[in-house]
Design a protein around this ligand. Sequence first.
Ligand code: CP
Length: 317
Amino acid sequence: MRSFLGRDILSLKEFDRHEYFRVFEVAAELEPYARDRRNGDLLKHKTLVTAFYQPSTRTRLATEAAMHRLGGHVTGFADAKMTRAGDFYQEGIQDTVKMLEYYGDVIAMRHYQQGAPHEAAMHASVPVINCGDGWGEHPTQVLTDLFTIHRMRGTLDGLTWVLIGDMRMRTMHSISYALSKFDAQVYVISPDEMFFLPEFAEEVTDMGLRWERKEHINQVIGEADVIYMEPVVQPDYTKAREEAREDKGRTPENYQVTKKLLFEHAKPNAIVLHSLPRQDELSTDVDNTRFQRYWVEAYNGVLTRMALLALILGAIE
Ligand code: CP
């Protein structure tokens, strides 16, 4: 297993099985800080810089909360419009990062351009964490998802996954890379225009992902151990921001999960995950059922990010 010390977290493509389990182990070790709601001092000499060029509720705040829980410091921006990257100058990644690297010890970046955190990592002398890059990847979200499933089921092997929604989403790319390392049967349900790009489908197949396309959730709901969702009513993730439209459209039934569907057809211990925010593909009546695990991810997301920060910054070997 490679050391996490000083490492960029840009993609799950290269993560091996042991590395997932090491992150989970450290997350469990650090859990008392989050569970007892008290901040420690493990990273008291370190500073996190958040560079968010695209809106975020969960990822930025969970990463910042993780740093605070470990006694570290946080600086950064949540809206590039308030920086020189978002005004007349349109300052590029390279120049921006040459500044940020002196303001802290690790950079957490979300960007609308696929590969922007990778470019940042090429120029930064401190580690960069990809917090979502365009349609690219979302490694910390998927680490949280897998941690959640591992906690519930005690394993990541032998499970059947339904990936449903927009397959261009960064979470769908990261989860596909991750599941290629485990014994997983994957069913993929998505509109044609939102399906995996052919080169991505070929890549994950070559990596060993066992997947099959289906048209309708009804075809596979009874087999699913995990139903992993994204909307099909989506903004364009290659833009810095997209305002709400009056008529966003409705999600076809093929891609919808409801309480009725789950109680009538799902396995009793099936788990529904959604990275959120949702539209109408996941009805709110699922929230108070035994299937729902997306709220606990708020908590688990702090644990996994504490683990990553502690490992990357060398507080834990
Ligand atoms: N899960 C997720 O990426 O949510 P945010 O966009 O709110 O960070």
